[in-house]
Design a protein around this ligand. Sequence first.
Ligand code: ZN
Length: 168
Amino acid sequence: MPTTSERPHFAAWLADTARDPEIGFEVEELSAEARGWYASVFDSHGEVPPPYLVGFLLERRVSVATTALDLLRMAAERDLGYPLALEVWTEPQASDETWVGVHGDRVRALGVQEAMATVASAVQDLVAGAHRAVWPTCAVHRLGLHPVLADGRAVWHCRTRGHQLPMP
Ligand SMILES: [Zn+2]
């Protein structure tokens, strides 16, 4: 029994969706998590047309951004010792689309790991801008860490010696 993502109808729907001017993405560039999300939408609702899918996308982006922000804000507040004024925002556009973001960064991710990488950068920007602090730092090298995606997982990258540390 083939999995959903191998079925021809799913592949055709995903390709049509990818070509939609408002949704537009490259099928080959979808992460496993994002592809899994599209497969679950297809399983539950069938060939959802773009105007309806926009609502599903908004709900999903708010969900992954909220999950990512909850984890990262908790870690940052614990390390820094003060509260951070951060929340997930949404902003309707002239098109049917609504943008989702945290601080100055728009979250387009459909997977939690990709959202973690974007939201981590947003948390860092706020900490740097509003608090003149660097978060997080490498305990060994004392320098700021940078969010990256490594094999689909969001991690902190230390440019000294190029090693990586887990995110919360
Ligand atoms: Zn280091």
